[in-house]
Design a protein around this ligand. Sequence first.
Ligand code: CAA
Length: 385
Amino acid sequence: ATTEGLNFDLGEELSLVRDEAKKFADDVLLPLATKHDREAAISDDVYRQIGELGFWGLTIPEEYGGAGMNNQALAVVLEELNRACAATGVAVSVHNSLLCAPLMKFGTEAQKQYWLPKLSSGEAIGAYSLSEAGSGSDAAALSATATKEGDEWVLSGTKLWVTSGDRAGLILIYVRTDQDAPKAKGISAFLVPGDAPGLKVGKHEKKTGIRGSATVELILDNLRLKDTDILGEVNRGFPIAMDTLAGGRIGIASQAVGIGQACLDASIKYSMEREQFGKPIGHFQAIQHKIADMSTRLEASRLLVQKAAWMRDRGMDCNRQASEAKLFASQTSNYCADEALQIHGGAGYTDHFHVERLFRDARITEIYEGATDIQRLVIARALLR
Ligand code: CAA
């Protein structure tokens, strides 16, 4: 309960970090976004600059070398980065929300002291590996295993769709540690160093959008780890995976808002420049209505994102709110991308404008970290239980 009422003021600290993210997005990321897309890689210098700005450690406490900021701040920063380059944006989202967050919440002091300073600086980039060929939406059906040999766990199997998996310093990998337990009850989460012997990077996916972001297969081949590499308790990894994804979904919703905002910005600019029938197309009501609807849906998405982040920062159950934010923001992002491309006409369908990249980048936000219908399932379960 609060007596302060609603407050839409970001406050001084958050405004400052938003301005820093905005400047970096406009000055550095935006000019590189097309290159990242064409070359299917993010430049090393971008990783370094994100470290200098403190965005790798944005949500890590200061005692571990981070900036000590919260999920609301992360959402604001992610919107700005994704407005310019969604391939870079997803790497920052995954690092903070899918790796640093569960490590901070469920890690032992020794695990935190070893890993968090490296993750804060960007010396180690974080990744999260739950999905496999046979387990996407049905995440608990995963089949990679870890079996105990003496005091070692031996991991084997093949994981898929791992964002940043080719260059990660630390990957949270979920495997089955009890073959006989019901699906979700026999899974454990392992903290796997990127250079662990037995961890091999397999195929790189060639994707429709966010091409700069690497999405790889990981092969676990006689990968040997210790009890101390397990995050949380043995066989209790699945609830960690789910709780972590609630936070991750707020990150992807922020990404969706950023891509949608870029679509709106491009549409406003183009509709004031492009003339047809003797006047700028922005003077026609058909275009004005598209712009008005894009703006309204984006503002609603932003509020859903901030509310879910606010709840998560207070340790409240925000499963439903995180899924509602992701559901609505990702659909809005695709709506904005579709309308932006329509406003740009034939030129928008070519590489003359970056709306064609935004159109491709927006599409993933309805798929990863829980597809649109999985968000509906999570929301409905929370309401109907
Ligand atoms: N917090 C804590 N625990 C949770 C939880 C949460 N938010 N949600 C569920 N759990 C717990 C449940 O309480 C239950 O615990 P017990 O075993 O103790 O009872 C356990 O987890 C199993 O829960 P469910 O019965 O709800 O599990 P389910 O098999 O029915 O699956 C699901 C539910 C929502 C469909 C889930 O499988 C899901 O989210 N699927 C989508 C997967 C997904 O989002 N994958 C994205 C991977 S990451 C990615 O995209 C790549 C990238 O790098 C960006």
